[in-house]
Design a protein around this ligand. Structure first.
Ligand code: MNH
Ligand code: ZN
Length: 181
């Protein structure tokens, strides 16, 4: 994973638990003297260790931490890549553009990023079906990102995770529905 992801995890931990907590998590779960540079690659296992340690600190399952981090991550990505997000006038347009616009742009901005395979289709006026596949199985991070995007566009959504790689499926299937409440 790219350093930018670790940088945003640091922001979240510092905001919720303080700088001392982050420094202590880093000391125990990363190589000595580690500094994350946004464009550099770091082992996925390092991110998982840190996320697990955050969960241990808060007594939360890893799945909850990954989802909450995904939610936080969206705003962090927006702040760092405004021009990419600004081209989308709506939640639907952004979601339908994740794979062919956003992650294509990421591929130009970063050398060798670790991106998932995502495909989306609009299945009704207020529903989008998303397929997610990645060797990292970060589908809960994707869910969190979608909730973060919904906040950004100020719309309420619900997500049903109708197929999941964690349950043996070849890919995850997410049904994203805009609520009318
Ligand atoms: Mn995107 C990684 C999904 C919006 C830039 N993105 C990931 C991952 C998921 C993901 C899941 C984790 C890697 C994996 O699963 O294998 N991304 C989404 C979704 C949305 C999204 C569902 C919208 C909703 N992503 C964005 C936006 C940007 C962005 C907006 C920036 C403009 N994504 C990234 C970058 C990575 C990433 C950068 C990290 C790649 C790496 O670590 O190598
Ligand atoms: Zn899944």
């Amino acid at each position: 994973m790219k350093g930018i992801i670790f940088n945003i995890l640091e922001d979240m931990v510092v905001e919720k638990l303080g700088m001392a907590a982050w420094n202590s998590l880093l000391e125990k779960n990363a190589p000595q003297g580690r500094v994350y540079v946004s464009a550099k690659n770091y082992d996925d296992s390092e991110l998982f260790s840190l996320a697990q340690a955050v969960g241990d600190t808060l007594q939360l399952p890893l799945a909850d931490v990954v989802k909450a981090f995904g939610h936080y991550l969206f705003q962090g990505l927006v702040e760092r890549h405004q021009s990419v997000v600004q081209r989308f006038a709506s939640f639907d347009a952004l979601v339908l553009g994740i794979h062919d616009v956003i992650h294509v742009e990421v591929n130009k901005l970063y050398v060798d990023p670790s991106l998932p395979t995502i495909s989306c289709e609009k299945t009704s006026d207020n529903t989008i079906k998303m397929f997610y596949h990645s060797p990292r199985q970060l589908c809960l991070c994707a869910e969190g990102l979608l909730y973060g995007a919904a906040d950004y566009y100020k719309i309420p959504i619900t997500i049903q995770h109708t197929q999941c790689m964690h349950l043996g499926a070849e890919q995850c299937e997410l049904i994203i529905e805009q609520r009318h409440d």
